[in-house]
Design a protein around this ligand. Structure first.
Ligand SMILES: Cc1cc2nc3c(=O)[nH]c(=O)nc-3n(C[C@H](O)[C@H](O)[C@H](O)COP(=O)(O)OP(=O)(O)OC[C@H]3O[C@@H](n4cnc5c(N)ncnc54)[C@H](O)[C@@H]3O)c2cc1C
Length: 340
């Protein structure tokens, strides 16, 4: 008679939850433990973009991994339907002056991406129009985003599948395997030396509850605008090396001022700020798969694309736990890739 696999998952962000869901659906008995409040991690403050194409165009760390990001996005329609998460497929428009747009277009051509040029009059209507740095846009089809309640729905789905949630780790005698999905935390460094490869990157994000906008994500120079049921989101800073959570009022104000240059309609509007700490590896891909420490599986270090990657990460974690072939993308994310 086969025994039920018992797995303890540390961390209830999007990586921990998708790992717990994939494990529980595969028949494991899963305990998820996290000492933090459910809405205080990077997953809770993220803008929810599933954006392989505009990420590859605007983030040099993402461009080499476009195929992997596209494969991760392809998991989302089924995943979202299974867990009742709304997907918005309105795409994105990259904003800028003629020089920036020409550069982005050339980058798109190098990656084999089709982008359509928009002049100022063709840009989506956002109250207050656009600042002087914006003379047009580049329409990027194929980017999506998840709706605002996605993290809560994953947590609820885990509960319904019988995943037990604790604030402290279960006794080690109570599980056969552990999954470390603790984001930028280095609490498990002594157990998993691979975590030493993580660099924290704090990100501030602003919410303008009084501003409604529906349409594609708008990515300007230095700030993006993302529609959300709970008000317009303006993001985000990339504070490399900063691992301390919490809002720095000066940084939040700088982001607001920067965003007003791109979206003048934000001037005078009230905002609130939040921050989250992302974790990044040297190649921009997460550490996902078996650790060199037996009995330990890692799922950490998603940089800017944790939401996008999450269903694929859950799939790889479950394959490693059940001893199955983890699929064609696993080697790119395997923790062993950094071994000297
Ligand atoms: C401002 C901002 C905007 C973003 N926008 C996007 C976006 O649009 N699209 C996208 O794909 N990604 C986005 N990201 C990135 C994304 O949020 C992260 O990559 C992703 O959320 C990381 O998920 P995670 O589960 O690894 O970490 P986290 O969400 O940080 O979760 C880690 C959890 O581990 C817990 N933990 C810590 N230590 C322990 C311990 N010792 N034991 C147990 N639990 C522990 C923490 O309490 C936390 O709940 C954004 C990030 C930020 C900051």
């Amino acid at each position: 008679m086969s025994q039920t696999l018992r797995v303890a998952v540390a961390g209830a962000g999007v990586f921990g939850l998708t790992s717990a869901l994939a494990l529980a659906r595969g028949g494991a008995r899963v305990t998820l433990h996290d000492p933090g409040p459910a809405d205080a991690n990077a997953s809770a403050v993220a803008a929810g973009m599933l954006a392989p194409f505009s990420e590859a165009l605007t983030d040099p760390a993402a461009a080499p991994h476009l195929d992997l990001l596209v494969a991760a996005q392809a998991r989302w329609p089924d995943f979202a339907a299974t867990f009742g998460i709304g997907l918005d497929r309105s795409g994105a428009v990259l904003l800028g002056d003629a020089g920036r747009l020409a550069q982005l277009r050339a980058a798109g051509q190098a990656l084999g991406l089709d982008t359509a040029r928009l002049d100022l009059t063709g840009l989506p209507h956002l109250g207050g129009g656009y600042g002087p740095e914006v003379t047009g846009g580049l329409e990027v089809g194929g980017d999506w985003r998840v709706d605002a309640g996605a993290l809560a729905r994953l947590a609820e789905a885990a509960r319904r599948l019988g995943v037990r949630r604790l604030s402290a780790p279960p006794d080690s005698a109570d599980h056969d395997l552990s999954v470390v999905a603790t984001g930028a935390s280095l609490d498990y460094l002594a157990l998993a030396p691979e975590l030493a490869r993580l660099t924290p990157i704090r990100g501030h994000i602003l919410r303008y509850r009084g501003l409604a906008y529906e349409g594609p994500v708008l990515r300007g120079p230095g700030a993006y605008a993302v529609p959300s049921a709970e008000g317009l989101l303006i993001g985000a800073t990339m504070e490399v090396g900063q691992g301390r959570a919490g809002v720095d009022p000066d940084i939040a104000s700088d982001l607001a001022a920067r965003a007003e240059l791109v979206f003048p309609g934000l001037k005078g509007q009230a905002w609130t700020a939040a921050s989250g700490v992302r974790a990044a590896t040297p190649d921009g891909l997460p550490l996902v798969g078996s650790s060199e420490r037996p009995g330990l599986i890692l799922a950490c270090g998603a940089r800017r694309n944790g939401w996008l990657l999450a269903p694929l990460v859950g799939e790889v974690v479950a394959a490693c736990a059940f001893g199955r072939e983890p699929g064609p993308w696993a080697d790119l994310m395997a923790p062993r890739r950094f071994r000297a």
